[in-house]
Design a protein around this ligand. Structure first.
Ligand code: GAL
Length: 290
């Protein structure tokens, strides 16, 4: 999600219509689809959405390209750079067996594309899979990503143009295998919701808290409550959206993967409530932003 000048932009993985098993991957259930690029929807109110098209297009003719449908493109995030006036997208870029483990970056003059792909990289020569971006109040931006074969989560400071990492990074939750990071800031503290590492299958979420974005991060408890809270409501963290103009209004967003039919994966959005400083995400069959 990106909020820019009164509009919310929702970026997502455009998945192919058939899901198949990659037999070349031992140890875990590597279901995958063709990667169709990144799509975007826009909304003024978070209820009514307009399809803005495929904003990062697949590269159909070059099988070696990161954007070829045989590859993996996941978890796109977009932030706006006030200095360069550009929209910068980062995403998880991988090979069909998930061994490439890179972060990719793309750029555009507008939020709705078409983005120009720049390159993929392993920041500081370290693996990068599940990722998110965070732009802080001072304009500095960070890439957060599961690294070291998903065992340890790295946080890298990006360059001022947001197109590269600076080399400054920290290792967090060392050996704890946390992935699917979703981060937000409240009252000067940083919060991160993560999942455990069980592929497409759901597991228990944990939140973590820090006084500084680069850490030290402290892992706390499961923020989810109610029906299926131990399985994150059959979802996996993907983003936390602060609602602009409303105090303490944050929406926790989860992917609900349909691992054998990935195109039919859906989303769960739930409000975050705070018990003192502890975030609590209770299941609700329905709710409204009001
Ligand atoms: C999950 C990850 C997803 C996807 C999946 C592939 O752990 O969070 O984004 O990469 O593995 O199995």
């Amino acid at each position: 999600m990106l909020y820019h000048e009164g509009t919310y932009y929702w970026y997502g993985e455009l998945k192919g219509d058939s899901t198949y098993w990659n037999p070349n991957v031992p140890n875990w259930e590597c279901y995958r689809t063709e990667a169709g690029g990144i799509s975007c929807y826009s909304s003024k109110d978070l209820y009514n959405w307009t399809f803005e098209g495929v904003v990062l297009k697949p590269e159909l003719s070059d099988p070696t390209s990161d954007l070829h449908p045989s590859k993996v493109l996941e978890r796109p995030k977009v932030i706006y750079n006030e200095k360069t006036k550009k929209f910068v997208m980062w995403l998880h870029v991988d090979s069909d067996d998930y061994s490439k483990a890179c972060a990719g970056v793309a750029i555009c003059d507008t939020p709705t594309g078409e983005f120009t792909y720049i390159r993929s990289m392993r920041p500081n020569q370290n693996m990068s899979r599940d990722m998110t971006l965070f732009k802080d109040d001072d304009g500095k931006a960070y890439l957060l990503y599961s690294s070291e074969n998903n065992a340890t989560l790295h946080i890298s400071l990006l360059t001022d143009d947001y197109l590269d990492h600076t080399g400054t990074f920290t290792r967090n939750f060392v050996g704890k295998s946390r992935e699917a990071p979703a981060i937000f800031k409240r009252n000067g503290k940083y919060y991160m919701i993560t999942s455990g590492c069980t592929g497409w299958s759901p597991n228990k979420a944990l939140y973590a808290v820090a006084d500084s974005i680069l850490g030290t991060w402290t892992l706390k408890t499961n923020p989810c409550r109610g029906k299926n809270a131990e399985k994150t409501f059959y979802g996996q963290s993907t983003y936390v959206l602060p609602i602009v103009g409303k105090k303490d209004a944050y929406i926790a967003m989860f992917d609900r993967w349909e691992k054998k039919d990935l195109i039919n994966s859906r989303y769960i959005w739930l409000p975050i409530q705070f018990e003192k400083d502890e975030p609590v995400i209770a299941w609700r069959d329905s709710w409204s932003i009001d």
